[in-house]
Structure formats: C-alpha cells, structure tokens
Design a protein around this ligand. Structure first.
Ligand code: CU
Length: 265
C-alpha cells in the first residue's frame, strides 16, 4: 500500500484510498510504458548514415492501430476506474447520512471561518458561534459541513478524513465526514486562492464525546439557556432547515432587488 499517505481517520477513507491506489498504479504503469517505448523508439530509429526518414500517412489499419489501440486501452481503464468508483462516489458525494453536528464553513482570503448554530440548533440567532480556523467535532459522529466562499474559489481539504471539496462564491455546498480517531488535524486550502494561499490553514480537533461536551459547555457557558448536555444534534431536521435556508436565500435576493430598485428610483 501507499505508506506515504496521511493516516486515515475517516469511515470512508479506505474506499477513497483503494480508488487512489488503483488510479496510482494504472497511471504509474501507463507512464513507465509510454516513456519506456519513447526511449526505445528514440534508440531504434535514431539517425543513421544512409537511412532517410519515411513519411507515414497513417491511413492503413496497421498504422492507425498505434493510435486506436492506446485510445481503446485508456477508455477501458477509465471505465474500470468509473465502475470501481461509482459506489464510493454515491456514498460520499451522492447522499449523506443524517447529521449529528452541523457547521457552516466560509472560506475567505486567507482563512476558514467556522460557524456553529449553538444550543438552539438554529442558524442566525444570538447563540451562533464563529470561530477562526478552528473546527471542533466529536469522534464517531456524522458532521455536516456547509461550504461557502466569501471571495474566490477555495478548496476545503481534510487530508486525514479523505475529504476535499471546493468552496465556490455564491453556492452552498454540503459535505460530510465521520472521524474515527480523536486528534488534531490540518485543514489546508487546496486551491490556489491568492498571495496568502500557502498560509491558509485551519485545524480540525476531533474530541472524545466527553471532551466535546466539555468544549460545548465552555463555548456556550455565557448563554443562560445553555443545555446541561452537549447539543450534538441540532434540533432542526434536515428538511426543515433546508427549507429555511432556501427561504432565507430568496429573502436575501429579494432584499437585494429591492435595494437596487430604490437606488435606481
Ligand atoms: Cu487557498
């Protein structure tokens, strides 16, 4: 296996790694074959006294085969990778298990802003928390990350969780993961996003459930309605919240249009 990969602490990490390994060996072998043939042909058909160059039109089947056979091979290997990856893609990107913890992550030049809905589980209320470059989650729980960008395209990358997803201005893109081991892991930005890109790095802290409860207590200690136990599960169901987000979006855009109308008028 590929021992230089970062430690896998994700429930779906093994699936991603197995695909990565497949692609790694296919492209590695293809590279060695192509470059080996190139060197061999350079040697075999090098310039020699008394041998002129031959013009090859490529219109005979035997000549065309040099193009068509590699094309068919590449296509077949592509389809193989697609077939092997379909199930993993469906699991990781196609659907998400019900979230235990939900956060919003906004990429901006040059840091990650992490928002928690707070004990009431509702966004945009007084108990929301905003953290800079710090994402705290409990181990073994489904974490849903709603990705946004304030300026340019960023890429939210959790190498140890085998998760990478672009954050695109104007879009809210959901991603999810379940961490299997407590620890502190890097969150680099994996998309060149400006002069400070190389320094754009946050930290994911995966707590044990007791540690996470204690962390939640500390974060929301100042709120009188802070719960006795950790709000691991925000109160809103997924569908309810999706509707609410949609409503807020449309009201945002209608406010924007209204403002434009007033500015013009
Ligand atoms: Cu970046």
């Amino acid at each position: 296996m590929l021992s230089w990969l970062p430690e896998n602490v994700s429930t779906y990490g093994a699936d991603i790694d197995s695909l990565f390994t497949l692609i790694y060996y296919i492209t590695g072998i293809a590279f060695l074959l192509a470059e080996g043939l190139l060197l061999l042909f350079l040697l075999l058909y090098r310039r020699r006294q008394g041998h002129g160059a031959t013009y090859v039109a490529g219109d005979r089947l035997g000549e065309l085969a040099w193009v068509l056979v590699p094309c068919a091979l590449v296509l077949a290997l592509d389809l193989w990778i697609d077939a092997r990856g379909a199930e993993t893609w469906a699991k990781v990107k196609g659907s998400a298990p019900p979230a235990d913890v939900r956060v919003r992550v906004v990429g901006k030049q040059f840091n990650w802003e992490v928002f928690y809905p707070g004990p009431d589980g509702v966004w945009d209320t007084a108990d929301d928390r905003r953290l800079e470059n710090e994402l705290h989650v409990p181990v073994g729980k489904v974490v849903e990350v709603l990705l946004e960008s304030q300026d340019v395209i960023h890429s939210f990358f959790l190498p140890h969780l085998r998760l990478k997803q672009d954050a695109v201005p104007g879009r809210k893109i959901p991603a999810w993961f379940v961490a299997t081991k407590p620890g502190r892991y890097e969150i680099p930005c994996a998309e060149l996003c400006g002069f400070g890109h190389s320094g754009m790095k946050g930290w994911l802290t995966v707590h044990t459930s007791e540690e996470y409860s204690a962390w939640v207590q500390r974060q929301w200690a100042t709120f009188p309605h802070a719960p006795a136990t950790a709000p691991a599960v925000p109160r809103l169901a997924r569908t309810q919240d999706a509707t609410q987000t949609k409503e807020r979006d449309s009201s945002d855009s209608s406010l924007f249009l209204e403002r434009r109308r007033r500015e013009r008028g």
